[in-house]
Ligand binder design. Structure first.
Ligand code: AMP
Length: 404
């Protein structure tokens, strides 16, 4: 195999995000996205390495058309998919169930298994599959690698992965905790060890991935031992539009007393809850602006968000026994100093504190924000899921010998 480039594709239900990365040096040769696929006003934005984005709007009927448009943009920069430099295409796949514990070269059996998992990931796996199938048609000779959001969490012990419900019923319907954002938790826990100048095997880290979706994980020596998302990405932290943890009886109550259907409650908990349900906004910047202006609803939403976050920091401190670092990542975690400060406030007993000045510094790189000599390091570690997918994809096709 001679090529050194990997195309990373993240195919959502109505969007495709992509990055072409040269694995010798890690340069991003092009990044872009197609959104609102299937609408009249689809939009493509393509940015080559030197800058100078190109954008256009118009109907893109389906993922097939979207990928062909992406291929045409890349070809316009001399980076066409027919290039011998392209080593593989790495696909983000949200749900890999229990079977996929590692990135996997796609064949018919792998496609069938991803399809079989659609009932536990009805929004994501169908779009991921479409992305893979379309890419296969464009380059049938090239390895297509599936990198699963769930894979990093498959090391969780049964005590963390099982719900305390009837075992036969759970197994019959594959009800268990799978966890998500795995590529981010893997990347950030490793980068945190690097920031501390230690090997991942020697470090215990609590990773707080706080984006519009949010999840926490407890990582012991590079292996995930617990994470906050469960069967679906609904469990755990308060998120932009999702409730996170709740008494499951709320659902029966809303069915019986509120006369709501399962679908209505699904929409309520996934789309109209979390920060947006509590205060009408899901963007932390706007919520902080309202809090600073004295808005009580925004204040309450912020406090509920922080309260849940603290509970998970405490719980995962107990799960790990010894914590070396707490790492904040994703849109909120990387950018919101008030969230980081509030999440750690009062946890001095756990060895946790942030230095006000370090926390206020804005920057792109991984950095420590805890005071010098703190028992537990607190860090901001920007996530890079595309680079992680590309790295895993490239390592796999190189390890597997001459796959092209
Ligand atoms: P993600 O899902 O990782 O892309 O994160 C998206 C979320 O990050 C947005 O909904 C915002 O709430 C949050 N965010 C982005 N930039 C900032 C910022 N400068 N300050 C606070 N929150 C931010």
């Amino acid at each position: 195999m001679n090529g050194t480039r990997v195309l990373v594709l993240n195919s959502g239900s109505s969007s495709v995000k992509y990055q072409l990365i040269d694995m010798h040096g890690g340069d991003r040769l092009a990044v872009g996205l197609v959104e609102r696929i299937g609408e009249e006003t689809s939009r493509l934005k393509h940015t080559p390495a030197g800058g100078g984005s190109r954008e256009w709007s118009g109907p893109v009927a389906d993922h097939d058309a979207a990928l062909k448009a992406v291929a045409a943009e890349l070809a316009g920069d001399g980076l066409g998919l027919d290039s011998p430099e392209l080593a593989a295409i790495g696909h983000r796949v949200v749900h890999g169930g229990r079977r996929f514990t590692e990135p996997t070269v796609v064949d018919d059996a792998v496609l069938a298994e991803i399809e079989r998992l659609i009932p536990v990931a009805p929004l994501h796996n169908p779009a991921n599959l479409t992305g893979i199938r379309t890419a296969q048609q464009l380059r049938p000779d090239l390895p297509q690698v599936a990198v699963f959001d769930t894979a990093f969490h498959t090391t969780m012990p049964e005590s963390a992965a099982r719900y305390a419900i009837d075992v036969e019923t759970a197994d019959a319907h594959r009800v268990r905790r799978y966890g998500f954002h795995g590529t981010s938790h893997a990347y950030v826990s490793r980068e945190t060890a690097r920031l501390l100048g230690r090997a991942p095997e020697d470090v215990n880290v609590i990773v707080l991935h706080l984006g519009n979706g949010a999840s926490a994980s407890a990582v012991r020596g590079g292996r995930c031992v617990d994470t906050s998302m469960g069967l679906t990405p609904l469990e755990g932290l308060v998120m932009g539009t999702r409730s996170g943890d709740m008494d499951p009886a709320v659902i029966f109550h809303l069915m019986r007393v509120g006369e709501m259907s399962a679908d209505e409650i699904d929409t309520l908990l996934n789309k109209r809850s979390g920060l947006i349900g509590l205060c009408g906004d899901n963007d932390m910047r706007e919520i902080r602006r309202r809090v600073d202006a004295g808005d009580e609803r925004a204040r309450l939403a912020f406090d509920i968000y922080i309260h849940r976050l603290k509970k998970y920091i405490g719980a995962y401190s107990a799960v790990l026994g010894r914590v070396d670092a707490v790492a904040f990542t994703a849109g909120v975690g990387e950018n919101s100093a008030p969230v980081r400060e509030a999440a750690v406030a009062g946890l001095e007993g756990f060895g946790l504190a942030v230095d006000g000045e370090l926390n206020a510094v804005r920057g792109d790189g991984a950095r420590l924000i805890s005071p010098a000599h703190a028992r537990v390091a607190v860090a901001v570690v920007p996530t890079d899921e595309e680079m992680e997918i590309a790295t895993q994809t490239y390592a796999l096709v190189n390890d597997s010998g001459n796959l092209t």
